[in-house]
Design a binder for this molecule. Structure first.
Ligand code: FES
Length: 138
């Protein structure tokens, strides 16, 4: 399987480029089921924000990379969002766990809240941000 390289990055320089609505993030086949995600910066009405996409249970999901607890980035190593079992997204700072398909917090200090989910499009195997963010469903 191809190595995942964030938009605008090389294998040695993981700083992502900024993506606008409609912009390409990565190829779908580069995403590993319950594995490493792809980080990128998303231009929003509030300015550039860290975001990521992951693959879970055959689906591709995207979120702002911002814990519902304290707005801190989730990943414990850049691109590593899943817990050890690959069942939940986990915040490295205080351990909140989120359902990968909905972004709903299932345990931790922000239980009952949710990640901000991105609307994505798949275009010829390319994962694209369809439009502005929308609230995650709980
Ligand atoms: S900052 Fe994520 S659980 Fe507290």
């Amino acid at each position: 399987m191809a190595r995942i390289t964030p938009v605008g990055a090389t294998a040695d320089t993981p700083a992502p480029a900024c993506v606008d609505a409609g912009g390409r993030i990565c190829r779908a086949q580069e995403l590993i089921e319950s594995g490493r995600g792809v980080r990128f910066m998303l231009n929003t009405e509030h300015g550039p924000q860290s975001a990521f996409v992951i693959c879970y249970a055959g689906g591709i999901y995207g979120y702002l990379n911002k814990c519902a607890h304290r707005s801190i980035e989730l990943d414990w190593i850049p691109g590593e969002f899943f817990d050890i079992d690959g069942q939940f997204l986990i915040c490295a700072t205080h351990g909140a766990r989120y359902h990968p398909a909905t972004g709903a917090c299932v345990s931790g200090p922000c239980a009952g809240q949710a990640l901000v989910q991105l609307k994505l499009d798949l275009v010829d195997d390319e994962v694209r941000v369809a439009c502005a963010v929308r609230p995650a469903m709980s």
